[in-house]
Design a protein around this ligand. Structure first.
Ligand code: ZN
Length: 163
């Protein structure tokens, strides 16, 4: 039997619209292509997971998530100035571009280009939604029990999912 509400161990399909405080839409699922996640496995931000707990199929909810329960406060120290030459002469860099950098261990980091002056590029490593209060319009469109595999992996296995 399918679970009748959102709880730990349930694979949840949810449609949502995410707006900022000023009403700007930053993310939106399209019809038939919801966000699918495993509840209770930290797949999504804590404030959203809390708000979804206990919701039923077809239920709708508007929820406001503060930065500390979302992507954290904006950290003005999380900014770095690097040499323009790091990016290669052919790479066009403009303010607000998202760039991916790799450290010596092959770990990837995303940053936003905050400034380009002469031979220097200022990179902002804050999450693009850091410091933002998030407004979600939610609708639950699917609930099912997670499989043992999904529970042990901590994420849902969707068509096309490869390990
Ligand atoms: Zn997996």
């Amino acid at each position: 039997m399918a679970p009748n509400k959102v709880q730990d161990g349930v694979v949840v399909s949810v449609e949502y619209v995410l707006k900022l405080e000023d009403g700007e839409i930053v993310e939106e699922t399209t019809a038939g292509d919801p966000l699918v996640y495993l509840h209770g496995a930290n797949n999504i931000i804590p404030g959203l997971e809390d708000a979804l707990t206990g919701m039923a199929l077809d239920e709708r909810k508007h929820v406001v998530v503060q930065p500390e329960d979302a992507y954290g406060d904006y950290d003005p120290d999380d900014i770095e100035v690097v040499e323009r030459s790091m990016f290669g002469a052919d790479t066009e860099l403009e303010v607000d571009d998202l760039v991916t950098l790799e450290d010596e261990d092959g770990e990837e980091y995303e940053a936003i280009v905050a400034d380009v002056t002469g031979n220097e590029v200022t990179l902002d490593f804050n999450h693009p939604l850091a410091g933002e209060t998030l407004h979600f319009d939610l609708k639950i469109v699917g609930l099912r029990e997670a499989t043992p595999d999904e529970l042990s992996h901590g994420h849902p296995h969707l068509p096309g999912h490869v390990h």
